[in-house]
Each structure stands twice: as C-alpha cells, then as structure tokens.
Design a protein. Structure first.
Length: 106
C-alpha cells in the first residue's frame, strides 16, 4: 500500500492494533481501495509531489485518504456481493469526498 497504513485500516475497521490475524486481507483491501479511488478520480495519486509531466496528477490529501478508508470499511464489513438483508442506496460520503477532485473524460 502506498497511501494507507495497516494501523489506519485497523482503526477504521475497529480492530485491535495488536491483532495481526487479518493483516494480509487488510493489505489486500487497502491496495484495492487505493487503486479504486485512483480509477474513480481518473488521476494518478502521489504521496509528495506531482511530476511535471503529469498534468492531471494529485498529491493525496485527507479527503481522498478518508474516501479510501471508507471503502476499506465497506469491503471489510461486506465480504460478499449479495446479502439477505434489504439493501437500499444511501448517500455516500465516499462520493462527496472525491467528486471535487475527479476528472471526467469527454
């Protein structure tokens, strides 16, 4: 993972920081979340500085990192594609956090 730490993910999922039982799975969903956010934004994310040759790059910030953590929490809690529970769409903080940074191709 480039932008999230395992401890951040454990805090988001309300897991004991000392318990390493799920660490491999947490890293998997952390990496998936980072890649999904980059794909959603249509931008390459950078930790420190955007290279001159990347006019659309973005230095990661707290709203983007929080969106990654929201996705991590959702992936951790919902490990299956379907559920027996009644599902309904609710406004997602994920979209709100990312939309102002998103580039929509024309």
């Amino acid at each position: 993972m480039q932008f999230l730490t395992t401890d951040q993910i454990k805090q988001q999922c309300r897991l004991d920081l000392d318990d390493s039982t799920d660490d491999a799975y947490l890293e998997l969903i952390g990496e998936a979340s980072e890649q999904a956010v980059e794909a959603h934004l249509n931008r390459k994310l950078y930790a420190d500085a955007v290279p001159d040759e990347d006019s659309n790059g973005l230095v990661i910030n707290n709203p983007v990192r929080m969106a990654m953590l929201l996705m991590v929490g959702q992936l951790y809690e919902n490990r299956e594609a379907t559920s027996e529970l009644t599902m309904k769409e609710v406004p997602l903080a994920y979209s709100y956090l990312l939309e102002s940074y998103r580039i929509i191709p024309v």
